[in-house]
Structure formats: C-alpha cells, structure tokens
Design a protein around this ligand. Structure first.
Ligand SMILES: [Zn+2]
Length: 292
C-alpha cells in the first residue's frame, strides 16, 4: 500500500498525519510520502527568505526520516517550488500535483480540508492545496492532461493511474469548521510525533511563539515541548468532541477521488477508534455516493 500526504508547508504533516502514517508503515507495511507544496521561505522573522527556506528544508527532511516517510518538494514545470503565500491554483500547480500523484500512485491521498463555513479562518496555502487536489483529482487518470507542461511525457505510452481515495486532514487554522469521519488512535506514536515536530526548531522555538497565532511560549527542551504538544492535541480532541486522554488524528473521506467501501476502509486503516469515529454516518454517505 502507498499513502501520500500533500500539504502546504514544512511542519504541517507532523501536526495532522504523522502518527497515522507511522501506524500504516508499522502495521500495514505501507510506504508513505509527504509532498510539501511551498518552499517555506516566508516563515521566519529574523532570517532572510533564502536562509529560512534552507533551514526549513533540512528540518523537514530530518523529521520525515525519523518516521520513515519519504519527502518530496513539489516542483512546478519550470523546476521551482511554489512560494509560500503565493500558490496560484492554475494550470502549472495542477500540472505539478498531477505529476506527483501519478508518479507515486497512492492508494490513499491526504490533503488539507476546504472549510465550508465562511466564518472559519483559513491559511491561504492550505486552502490552495485543498483546492488544487480537488481540481486535479479527476485528471489523475488522464495521461495526457498536462503533457504540454511536461513534454517529456508526451510520447510515452499512456499509463493508467488508479485514482486514490482522497481524505481531508484536520486544520488548526479552521477552528470550529473541522469535522471528521475517522479518528485514528495515535497515542503510541506520540513520542515519535513529538520528536518529529521538535525537529522543526525554527518553527516551534522561534517562529510560532513570535507570530503569536498559537498562544505559545517557546519550549526550551524536548520534554517541555512534549507537554505543550500533548495539551495542543488534547485541545484538538475537545474540539472534535473526543473526551479520551489518548491522542487522535482526524480524517474526512471525500468523493473527490475513488469512492471506497466501508469494508475496504476498515481493512486498510490501522487504529480506527470505533468509539469516536462517525462510522455509521460515513457508511450512509458512502452508500449514497456509490449508489450501492
Ligand atoms: Zn501550514
């Protein structure tokens, strides 16, 4: 099995899907890939864009290596990684998503949510990635969709690429607008998630406390960070109505890609917390979508 998480920034993955990917890897022998769609260059208050991008790139690659997750920087057809805050959800961005997904051929693809509630806050890059994935979903199995952008693929024999099941992650920028079908118990992965996120020193020690969005004091040790991270995840549990002290990650199944059956999801996904997941609501939705 192959699973891919497409997200906007270096460090997004660690906060929404790292525990689930680790469980997939350990329990299902799945190969995981995180695809990062921006260069991360804007995310610091002291360093230049160039230095920030270099630091964040190293941090992200170290973090993913700890979790045995592959790392891909999304590249536009001209070879550049899209700039933070400036993703243009047009032909070139869709082409690069198309190429990435077709190359990896995931069974399951994860991306940020598209909040329906206009009162919900957003991060422009997260919404751009969600919109891009939604728009490109049908084109994943269209082999000549973007061969003008990638002419080297033009004369290759057309390869079929099965469209993955596409799921949305939780997004802390969209407080109040998050929903979920599946709650995955990642308590046993907490130490790993803490170490992976701790690798993003330029973010959790420097940038996020400075920018103030997350009401954070800078952690000075890994053990400090573990306590803060646990509180953050317990807040997320409460937001989602989960009163368990165990850490969970949350996912919503979309109809953007392949429509799964409930049986297939239950077979494939490790660690579904049945007491919290909205399985009967999801099953009804899947039956309606599939017209079974
Ligand atoms: Zn982000």
């Amino acid at each position: 099995m192959r699973i891919q998480c497409v997200h906007a920034h270096p460090d997004d993955f660690e906060f929404v899907a790292a525990g689930t990917f680790s469980r997939f890897h350990l329990e299902k022998n799945a190969t995981g890939l995180a695809t990062i769609c921006t260069d991360g260059a804007a995310g610091h208050h002291i360093h230049s864009r160039e230095v920030t991008a270099r630091i964040r790139r190293t941090e992200q690659e170290q973090a993913l290596a700890m979790g045995s997750i592959g790392c891909e920087w999304l590249r536009l057809p001209d070879g550049n990684i899209p700039c933070e805050g400036c993703i243009d959800v047009g032909r070139l961005f869709l082409a690069s998503l198309w190429k990435s997904i077709r190359q990896f051929q995931p069974n399951y693809l994860f991306c940020p949510p598209l909040p329906e509630d206009s009162l919900a806050g957003i991060h422009v890059d997260h919404v751009a990635v969600a919109e891009g994935v939604r728009k490109v979903a049908y084109l994943i199995n269209v082999p000549h969709a973007f061969t003008r952008e990638y002419p080297e693929l033009e004369n290759k024999e057309a390869q079929s690429c099965p469209t993955p099941v596409i799921l949305q992650t939780h997004d802390s920028y969209s407080a109040g607008a998050n929903g979920f079908d599946l709650a995955i118990d990642v308590e046993d992965q907490f130490d790993l998630i803490a170490r992976m996120s701790w690798a993003h020193q330029s973010q959790i020690v420097e940038w996020l406390p400075w920018v103030g969005r997350h009401r954070m004091q800078p952690p000075s040790t890994l053990s400090d960070w573990e306590q803060m991270l646990r509180q953050r995840f317990l807040r997320r549990n409460r937001e989602m109505g989960v009163t368990s002290p165990r850490i969970h990650e949350f996912f919503t199944v979309t109809a953007w890609g392949e429509l799964p059956t409930m049986d297939q999801l239950l077979l494939d996904f490790p660690g579904i917390a049945t007491e919290w997941s909205q399985l009967s609501v999801l099953e009804k939705r899947l039956i309606r979508w599939r017209a079974d």
